[in-house]
Every structure is written in C-alpha cells, then in structure tokens.
Design a protein. Structure first.
Length: 114
C-alpha cells in the first residue's frame, strides 16, 4: 500500500493551502485517516483525523476553525484544507491510514512565511 501527499509549499501568513493524500493498493474506505505534522526540533503531532465513513472528525485545538479534513472514498483520497495559515503551522505534514495495518506517507513541506 502507498500514501502520497501533495499540495504543500510556501505561503504567506493568512494564506491557504489544500493538501491531498492519495492512497493506492489498500481498501481506502475501511481506513481511518489522520494528518500529522512535525516541525523542526519538535515531536510529530496529530492535527486532524476522520473516521472511515467521514462522520467523526477531530482537530487539535490550535487548528480548529482554520483547517478542514475531508475524504472522498470514491477517489481514494483525503484532504486537509488549511486557511488563515500562521508561521507556527510550518512543518512537514504527513498522512496516516490505520485499520488493521498502519501506513504513512512520505510527507509534504508547508512553510508559512512572509
């Protein structure tokens, strides 16, 4: 199985980015999906997660009201819409899929800077 993140980049404070996590060779609709991030010198932290059916969603307090996690099971893809970005959101963002097994993507860099 493989998870491939995309959509990262450099954005000014207050800007937006949409991350995508494309899954292959797994039954995507059975997996809970999470987005994690890791900033330099810091531990990896859970940003948001969504259950297999999309009905249960959770966010870390620091992104509530700014980030939106979603998924399209028909496209085997999950998303993280990030609005009102702040410099402290700068990190490598990782997609995680978990059910009977756990898979990680390779990460995509998000840099928020003027």
């Amino acid at each position: 199985a493989q998870l491939v993140e995309s959509g990262g980049g450099l954005v000014q404070p207050g800007g937006s980015l949409r991350l995508s996590c494309a899954a292959s060779r797994l039954t995507f609709s059975r997996y809970n999906i999470s987005w994690y991030r890791q900033a330099p010198g810091k531990e990896r932290e859970l940003v948001a997660d969504i259950n297999s059916g999309g009905g249960t969603i959770n966010y870390v307090d620091s992104v509530k009201g700014r980030f939106t996690i979603s998924r399209d099971n028909a496209k085997n893809t999950a998303y993280l819409q990030m609005n009102s970005l702040k410099p402290e959101d700068t990190a490598v963002y990782y997609c995680n899929a978990r059910w009977n097994l756990v898979f990680w993507g390779q990460g995509t860099q998000v840099t928020v800077s003027s």
